[in-house]
Design a protein around this ligand. Structure first.
Ligand code: SF4
Length: 425
């Protein structure tokens, strides 16, 4: 890092295109930012097959505005690329999110990274997770510019998802899965090391609070933010929607990795100030694994997948009115060398293969990670629900379908209470 301040540009104009253009202008103007005749890869977040109004994926109109801005610099190629979340088909995600239509309208290439065969292995120097190398598409590595275009949203294990996390969508499923089976923040740093997008534009038009990405609650903020520094971009994005960055572990990891600054003295916000656009967003994930004091949660060493499942399942228990009834139970996720001796079997839930060693001591839910609803169903039923031997299709899915409206109603009510209490301030 040099002593130069990281610039973060913020715009809030009436039209999305005007905000995007303003951000590029504040960062130096698109013709100065992009090399002539360049290949420009734009990496939106199109990780799930959700429609634009859900705010799970980058707003397609923000993508359109960025493409139109990039075209002003006469690039050789514009490629919109993504590898959707594990279990999601990128092509379907492009379609449902509205991103495919924008690419067609604007005449740019659309590439599903998951299906790309021309991959290059990039070693990760000083890797922080167990990701020693990353296979990345040749077109991505050979592009002159990568524009990272995430939407800001709540995220179960990271608290929020923004610039740095969006780059996770440049790797195929195997690495993606590896990333979730360990400290996700560290793994994200390793992938970022290999990819290093040079421009970050964050969609804060209608960011998603609530239990995103599963059950998002979009909020209108109307902003576009841009920076060359992904960490500063994430930090100021959080400031804009009132996320207490001291409670987000990822920032320390990112600063230590040297990908940007978390020192506000070294960040200059230009365009609109944070105060001018500040809109408080409901992010229930703040507070980490201590949010259920009525239960004994042993979650150290658990990776992001099991943490996210714990988070959703504990709230689901509240939604279906089974939380208090079962208070006092112990839930274990992640690898443990020991667990307390005196817990009765029916009061101990062992979630995930990491806890297999203790399987005779309590209700062991197999899987790495286990299927999504198994934890709340095991706790509320008082017996193991692991989705095996046809149980997922015959019991879990129908029950989830029955519980879904109750869950949605619970989330809506919580959001309403939050905004009633806090307004947007
Ligand atoms: S069981 Fe859970 S905590 Fe253990 S590696 Fe698998 S997903 Fe991670």
């Amino acid at each position: 890092m040099t002593n130069k301040k990281s610039i973060v540009a913020v715009a809030k104009e009436n039209e999305i295109q005007d905000s995007v253009t303003k951000v590029f202008d504040l960062l130096g103007g698109v013709n100065n930012m992009l090399e002539p005749n360049a290949t420009v890869v734009i990496k939106p977040n199109a990780g799930h097959a959700n429609p634009p109004e859900s705010s799970v994926c980058t707003n397609p109109e923000v993508l359109r505005a960025v493409i139109r801005e990039v075209k002003k610099a006469n690039p050789k190629r514009i490629i919109v690329a993504e590898a959707a979340a594990i279990g999601c088909d990128t092509i379907e995600c492009f379609k449902v999110s509205g991103i495919e239509q924008v690419a067609v309208d604007e005449g740019v290439e659309l590439i599903d990274i998951k299906r790309d065969k021309d991959l290059i292995t990039v070693p990760v120097r000083n890797y922080k997770s167990n990701i020693k190398s990353v296979k990345l598409p040749r077109f991505l590595l050979e592009a002159e510019h990568i524009i990272n275009l995430p939407i800001l949203k709540a995220h179960a294990s990271m608290v929020f998802s923004g610039a740095l996390k969006n780059i996770k969508g440049t790797v195929q499923d195997k690495v993606h899965l590896d990333m979730h089976r360990q400290n996700l923040a560290m793994a994200m740093m390793d992938v970022w090391y290999a990819v290093r997008a040079d421009i970050n534009i964050v969609d804060i038009i209608n960011p998603a609070g609530g239990y995103g990405p599963h059950t998002p609650v979009p909020l209108h903020v109307g902003c576009i933010l841009g920076s060359y520094d992904p960490v500063a971009a994430d930090l100021i994005s959080c400031d804009i929607v009132g996320i207490d960055t001291n409670k987000v572990d990822y920032f320390k990891v990112a600063a230590e990795a040297g990908f940007g600054t978390i020192d506000r003295e070294n960040i200059e916000v230009i365009g609109k100030s944070v105060e001018e656009v500040y809109t408080k967003m409901w992010i229930p994930y703040i507070g980490g694994m201590n949010r259920w004091p009525e239960y004994n949660i042993l979650a150290e060493n658990a990776c992001s997948s099991c943490q996210a499942l714990l988070s959703l399942n504990m709230e689901e228990l509240k939604a279906i009115d089974e939380y208090e009834k079962n208070s006092g139970m112990t839930v274990v996720i992640g690898r443990k060398d020991s667990i307390p001796e005196d817990i009765p079997k029916e009061k101990l839930v062992l979630h995930g293969n990491c806890t297999r060693k203790w399987k005779d001591r309590g209700m062991f839910i197999e899987g790495c990670p286990p299927a999504e609803p198994c934890l709340y169903m095991t706790i509320s039923d008082g017996k193991v629900v692991d989705g095996k031997n046809g149980q997922l299709g015959e019991y879990c899915r129908p029950r989830m379908a029955k519980d879904a409206p109750v869950w949605q109603e619970y989330v809506n009510k919580k959001a309403e209470e939050f905004y009633k209490e806090h307004g947007n301030k």
